[in-house]
Each structure stands twice: as C-alpha cells, then as structure tokens.
Design a protein around this ligand. Sequence first.
Ligand code: ZN
Length: 278
Amino acid sequence: MPELPEVETVRRGLSPALEGATIAVATARVSKLRFPIPEDFSARLTGNRIERLTRRSKYILMECADGLMVILHLGMSGRVTIHKADGLPVAPAKHDHVELKTADGTHVIYNDARRFGLILFSDRETIADHPLIRDIGPEPLGNEFNVDVLNAGLMRRKSSIKAALLDQKLVAGLGNIYVCEALWRAGIHPSRQALSVAGDGAARLVPIIRDVLTEAIAAGGSTLKDYVQASGELGYFQHSFKAYGREGEACSTPDCGGTIERIVQQGRSSFFCSTCQE
Ligand code: ZN
C-alpha cells in the first residue's frame, strides 16, 4: 500500500506532465472506485487547466483554473502511468479506469485493480473543510509537526506508541512501514505505552520520522527518472528497509547482535528488535 513517500513521489512525477496543462480529454471508464466518480468528471475537466499539484497526507490535490479541486487517493493498489506526448491513442490495459489526455498529447492513466482508490471533486476555497481532509493531523515534514505537538498527542493517548503514530489525527500520512522503521531507528519498542514515549522519546522521534520519510522520498526521486523512461509508472520503487519485513534477520543497529522479530498489533505486523528497542 502506498504511504506518504510513494504518494509524494507520484505527485512529483505527475507535476511536469500536469502542472500548467490543459485537459483535452478526461475519461472515466468505471462509475465508481471506493466512491462514485463525479458524474460531471469529463464535463468539468475537459478544457480545464491544472495549475498546481499539491499533497495533503496521502491525497494528491489537483488545483484547477476554475476553482475545482480534484482529490486523488491511490488506495491499496492505485498506480499512475504517464505516456509521453506522441498524440496517438493509448489502448487501455486491464484496470485502466481513468485517463487524462492533455492538450500536448500526454496521457496520464490511473490503474487500480482493487478499486480502493478515489477520485472526488471539491473546491479549492473549501478544501480544508472537506470531510476527508479536515481531521487530518499535521504534515510530518511541515513545521506544524514538532516535539511539542507530538508530546501533547502522546500524553492524551492510552494506546501503544505504534497505534498512536498510525493515528492520522496525531500525524498525517504515516503507515505501517514507516512507523516500524522510525521506531526501530529511535530504539523504541512498538508495544510501549504512547504516554511513556512523551518527553525524551518524542524529542528523538520527530527528527527520525522526518529523516525516514525524507530518505524514502529521495529514493523515489532518484528512481523516478528510470521509471518514467522504462514503463512510465510512478511511485513504486525498491526500498531498503532496516526492520520492516526482516523477521529473523540480524538487526543492523551497530553492535546490537539482536534479531528482528514480528508481532501483530491491531491486526498488522510490527517488526522490531527486542535487544535495542525498549
Ligand atoms: Zn537491535
């Protein structure tokens, strides 16, 4: 499932193709993904110009010239591909549900086998009040996420630190993978009470969360060029995780000597080292 770095990589990959572009043809081949696709999808986008692509948590926001805001979420399996401008029609592949063709002949295609993604319309003016957006916590890479904010959030929670960091109201966009990686790097056991991490733990976690995400975005950026050249597919790239998915392997914390273990919390796997994570 795409997390914040993958979504940001897709946004960065899409920007050159869509920012400033006029939509010549907008096609939806299905009537719904997770929610119904707007009935006026084609009418409202055709002839419209996309001014800016931004991101809030795992939502990509397309700001259009007429005040329209398109909300895109990749769900579990959503993929975006760009087919460069030769103007020729692109034969739709299986699960190619939505397609934008820009005035210069570039095709941007949204493919989603499981259809948990979403494409909705909102307004640029009121996007902050949209039901999907309004309750999302601070962006982890923005100034509004800091030690004070994390501390206050942890002190209010009775859950584990793992569950607290997955709570989108505490901090936006973190998913299972990057929470595992951040806790491993911070030396904090995923089962610890959130409350007990306030203070020193929160002070350690804030820069580590930023680093883990920034490094993943950088990894996405460095492979972006290759993907666009090879298959045109954005956002999925080879990661090197230190804890996630490494059950039974040696912990790579220097001089630790421990082994990565796996437990299940709230139905999701947590990977950690009980030697260096307390
Ligand atoms: Zn270790």
